[in-house]
Design a binder for this molecule. Structure first.
Ligand SMILES: Nc1nc2c(c(=O)[nH]1)N=C([C@H](O)[C@H](O)COP(=O)(O)OP(=O)(O)OP(=O)(O)O)CN2
Length: 294
C-alpha cells in the first residue's frame, strides 16, 4: 500500500555551489510512504505523517547552510560547537565560522535534490513506525510565471532559526508602478538579487576582526565581513563584495519589500510604487512608496 502527501512542507535553506556561490532555495516537499496497514487500517495517520516528516526536515535542513563536504572546493573543520568552512567558488571564496547547527554537512560533491533526498531518507524512515517500509521523498521548486530571485541572509534578532547568518529563499516578486504591473522592474530585482547575500549594514565588520581561516586575510579589498552574536552563538561570514547587496536595515521580508519599493520609486521617479515581495513560497510582505513626480 502507498500513501502520499503533496506539499507537505517547504524547506528554506541556502547551499554552497562552486559555480553560483551561495544560493538561497525554497523547495516544496512531496512524500510517498510504502507499508502495511496499522490497527487503524492506515499506513499512518496523515497528521502524524505531516508532523514527523516536517520535524525531521525542519531539524536537519530547514534554515541551514547546506555544504557539499566531498567537493574539491570545500575545506571544513569543527572545534567544539563551532564549524569553520572555506569554500572556493567562481564568484570568489566564501569563509564562515558558525555554530554547528547552522550547517548541514552533506558528504556529496554537490548539493542537488538527489543529494538532499539521500541525506534525509534514513533519518525520516527512523522517525516513522515499523509498518512503514519505504519512503520516497521529492523536492520541487515552485513553478513561477513571474521573475524571482535567490537570496541568502540572516536575521540576528529572530528568536528561531532565521538568526542563522546564511539561510535563504527562492522568491518571486511583483512590482506595480502607478498600479500597473512592471515586468521590467521585476526583472531588475530578479537580476540584482540572483544568488545574492543580503547583508545588514549594522552587521558589517572589518575583515581583520574575524576569526576565519588565514586564507581570508588576503581578501580585505574584495570581501565584506559580517559578524553578530545571537542566541545560538557567534556567526561570522566573509563573502565577495560582488555577490552582496548591503541593506541599510534588517532583512526581514517587510523591510526588504520597503527597501525595494523605495529604491524602485527613486529609480523611476514614480509617485506610487507597490512591491509584493515573497519570502520563499506562499508568504511575504507588501510595501508601498509614494515619492517622485510622475
Ligand atoms: N513577519 C516575518 N516573519 C518572519 C520573517 C520575516 O521576514 N517576517 N522571516 C523569517 C525567516 O527568515 C524564515 O526563513 C522564514 O521561514 P519560515 O519557513 O516561514 O519559518 P518557519 O520555519 O517558522 O515556518 P514553517 O512553515 O514551519 O517552515 C521567519 N519569520
Amino acid at each position: 500500500m502507498k500513501l502520499f502527501v503533496k506539499d507537505l512542507t517547504v524547506a528554506d535553506f541556502s547551499y554552497l555551489c562552486p559555480k553560483r556561490g551561495m544560493v538561497g532555495e525554497s523547495w516544496s516537499v512531496d512524500v510517498t510512504l510504502t507499508g502495511g496497514l496499522d490497527e487503524q487500517n492506515m499506513v499512518l495517520d496523515f497528521s502524524k505523517v505531516k508532523k514527523r516528516i516536517k520535524q525531521v526536515i525542519d531539524e536537519l535542513v530547514d534554515h541551514r547552510l547546506l555544504v557539499p563536504t566531498s567537493s574539491a572546493s570545500c575545506r571544513w573543520q569543527q572545534k567544539g560547537q563551532t564549524v569553520w568552512v572555506d569554500f572556493e567558488t567562481e564568484k570568489g571564496d566564501i569563509y564562515l565560522s558558525c555554530p554547528a547547527q547552522a550547517y548541514a554537512l552533506i558528504p556529496n560533491e554537490r548539493i542537488d535534490e538527489a543529494a538532499v533526498v539521500e541525506y534525509l531518507t534514513a533519518p525520516l524512515l527512523e522517525a516513522l513506525p515499523t509498518n512503514v517500509l519505504d519512503l520516497e521523498l521529492s523536492f520541487r521548486a515552485e513553478h513561477l510565471a513571474t521573475p524571482y530571485y535567490h537570496y541568502s541572509h540572516g536575521l540576528k534578532r529572530h528568536d528561531g532559526n532565521c538568526q542563522r547568518i546564511a539561510h535563504g529563499h527562492r522568491s518571486p516578486v511583483e512590482v506595480y508602478l502607478n498600479k500597473v504591473r512592471s515586468e521590467a522592474m521585476e526583472r531588475y530585482w530578479a537580476n540584482r538579487w540572483q544568488d545574492r547575500y543580503l547583508g545588514s549594514e549594522e552587521d558589517l565588520v572589518a575583515l581583520e576582526s574575524l576569526t576565519l581561516s588565514s586564507q581570508c586575510e588576503a581578501s580585505v579589498n574584495s570581501h565584506y565581513g559580517f559578524c553578530y552574536q545571537a542566541p545560538q552563538g557567534c556567526f561570522q561570514l566573509a563573502i565577495p563584495m560582488a555577490i552582496c547587496d548591503i541593506i541599510p536595515t534588517d532583512t526581514t521580508v517587510e523591510l526588504l519589500a520597503q527597501y525595494m519599493a523605495q529604491q524602485t520609486a527613486e529609480l523611476n521617479h514614480y509617485k506610487n510604487v507597490e512591491v509584493v515581495a515573497y519570502e520563499g513560497i506562499g508568504k511575504g510582505a507588501i510595501a508601498f512608496c509614494q515619492i517622485g513626480e510622475t
